[in-house]
Each structure stands twice: as structure tokens, then as C-alpha cells.
Design a protein around this ligand. Structure first.
Ligand code: GAL
Length: 308
């Protein structure tokens, strides 16, 4: 089987570059879905931002051939005050299926070009491909929301995990049972550690959380934190990448961990700040060695779907 070359742009089934940055891969039913930022336009002159286009959705049966399903959530050019207006910032979209309502719920980092809105945006849909309807953008429990992800814990509760307090702290904000708002329960973690780009997984009796440092688009050393509980006890314990390039996370930044069967994989973005549309992707297999994560570089992503 020929895999996709890690660190480079990947093409969809029609030969177009995949536009799904800061994204996630997840499985609903018998299909894989890849959501991410559509950055398929030139950078705004002199900046490292692209006008908001929306959230792309791709589907696949084998995790190698991806079919573009269109924009699951579209920019809103008609309302200048909307957080979805092209002039704003939409990053790191993540989607969960809500068991209580049967809906698909998307959260994303909704910001202004100067990153002072620092909100979490929420949209909902009856189907995984959308179109998602935008509901609101708010600061969870009155904390700022910058890099973020969604996580369903082993008891089926959902959490928005977000860098806040100007990136000094990572917050775990519990979502309501319909996943559309916040219960008010919020737990700070990794205080003063200045981590971002969170990607979580449960493994045996402990949760693991990979984060990057805060150096903007420039790569730095990924670290892993672990805890028995999502709500307390998080400790940064290790640098999970190994081999040449590990200190710079192989030029990438974490965005999500998904599992194929029981095997975890880390998704990275290889940002190209001068031309964000050309930012590449990697998907690296995470090896669990006596409870420790080890992530060596792999030139190609060849998914092991034998356990499905
Ligand atoms: C990175 C972050 C990206 C984006 C960028 C803007 O640190 O992970 O999602 O926000 O900064 O400079």
C-alpha cells in the first residue's frame, strides 16, 4: 500500500490539495471524517493570516483517499459583526456526536485578527457533513479560549480543552449534556506552563495530553502531560518524539489524536506562515512503551486498519 508522504501537502481524490488545517480525524458510522480550517486562499498581504473561508469536511474509507464533502461551516461575508466574517479568525475546529441529542456539534477557536476576542464558537448539524448552523461564540466560564480541542472522557462527558489566561493555563471546561454550552465546571491545569495545541487520549488508567510550546507558527518541542483525572493532577512528564528532528516535533505542531482500533495516531500541522494554504500534514503512529509515549518520525502515513 502506498501511503501519504508526511510533512507535505496531501491531495484529495480529485488531485486538489487537502485544506483541513488545525483539524481532526474521527469516525462516524463506517466512514472516517476529517475536519479542518480551509485556508485555500493567499495570505492577506504582509500577514500570516488567511481570510476565513470555513471548515472543510472530507470523508474516507481507508484514511488515505479523501473525498471533499464541501464546507461543513461557511464563512459569513454578509454580516461584518459575525465571528464567521472573513475578516476574523477561525481555527482548530473539532466535532463530536452528542449521544443525548443525536446532533453533531462543532466547536472552534473564534477570534479577531488581533486575537483579543479569544472565544469558543459553536455550531450544530443533524449530519456530520453539515451544513452546520452557527449558534454562538463565547468565552467559556469567562476565561479566554485560544488553541483548543474537544474531548469525550471515559464516562461520556465532553470537555472543551483550551489555552487561556493569555496561554498561561490550560482549562478543562465541561460541556452541558447537549454539548452546546458550559456547565460552569472548569478546571485549570499546567498553570504557568504556557502550553498550546492540545491533543488528548485515554490510555489504560491515565489520560495523556500532548501540547506544544507557544512560539506561534514556529515548531518547538512537544511535551506530554498525564493524569488519572481530567480535572486535576496533570503533570508534564516527557517529550514523546524520538530521533532526528524530535526537538522541533519534526517541524510540526500537534492538533489531534485519533485511534484506529486501539492504535493511537498523532496529527501534526507543518505550518507555512508565508503561505498558510501550503501548510503540510503528518500523521504519526504513537507507540506506547511501558506506559510511555514514543513517536518516531515516519516518512509515510500507512494506516494499520487490520484491527477494524
Ligand atoms: C499558533 C497556534 C495556531 C495559530 C497561530 C497564530 O501558536 O497554534 O493555531 O493560532 O499560533 O499565530
Amino acid at each position: 500500500m502506498e501511503g501519504n508522504k508526511n510533512g507535505s501537502m496531501w491531495l484529495d481524490d480529485l488531485g486538489n490539495p487537502i485544506q483541513a488545517h488545525g483539524g481532526m480525524i474521527t469516525r462516524f458510522g463506517d466512514l472516517w471524517y476529517w475536519y479542518g480550517e480551509h485556508k485555500g486562499a493567499d495570505n492577506c498581504p504582509g500577514t500570516s493570516r488567511v481570510d476565513v473561508i470555513g471548515v472543510s469536511c472530507y470523508t474516507s474509507r481507508d484514511l488515505l483517499t479523501w473525498h471533499y464533502e464541501g464546507l461543513a461551516l461557511k464563512a459569513d461575508p454578509d454580516h461584518p459583526s459575525s465571528p464567521l466574517h472573513p475578516s476574523q479568525v477561525l481555527e482548530r475546529p473539532k466535532v463530536l456526536h452528542c449521544p443525548a441529542t443525536g446532533k453533531y456539534v462543532m466547536w472552534f477557536h473564534a477570534d479577531s485578527p488581533d486575537y483579543t476576542r479569544a472565544a469558543a464558537g459553536c455550531a450544530v448539524s443533524d449530519t456530520p457533513t453539515g451544513p452546520f448552523t452557527f449558534l454562538h461564540a463565547l468565552q467559556p466560564n469567562r476565561f479566554d479560549c485560544r488553541d483548543m480541542t474537544l474531548f469525550q472522557d471515559t464516562e461520556g462527558r465532553a470537555w472543551l480543552v483550551h489555552s487561556g489566561n493569555w496561554n498561561k493555563t490550560l482549562y478543562f471546561s465541561r460541556l452541558t449534556d447537549d454539548y452546546l454550552g458550559f456547565t460552569g465546571e472548569v478546571y485549570p491545569a499546567l498553570i504557568d506552563q504556557e502550553r498550546e495545541a492540545p491533543a488528548l487520549m485515554a490510555w489504560e488508567a491515565k489520560y495523556r495530553c500532548i501540547t506544544s510550546g507557544c512560539t506561534g507558527w514556529a515548531p518547538n518541542t512537544a511535551l506530554v502531560a498525564q493524569s488519572r483525572f481530567l480535572t486535576c493532577g496533570w503533570k508534564l512528564t516527557d517529550a514523546p518524539c524520538t530521533g532526528p528532528g524530535a526537538r522541533q516535533t519534526f517541524g510540526g505542531q500537534s492538533t489531534y489524536i485519533f485511534k484506529i482500533g486501539q492504535v493511537p495516531y498523532l496529527m501534526l500541522d507543518h505550518w507555512n506562515p508565508k503561505s498558510l494554504r501550503d501548510s503540510g500534514y503528518s500523521i504519526l503512529r504513537i507507540h506506547m512503551v511501558e506506559g510511555r509515549m514514543e513517536i518516531p518520525w515516519q516518512d509515510t502515513f500507512i494506516p494499520d486498519t487490520s484491527s477494524l
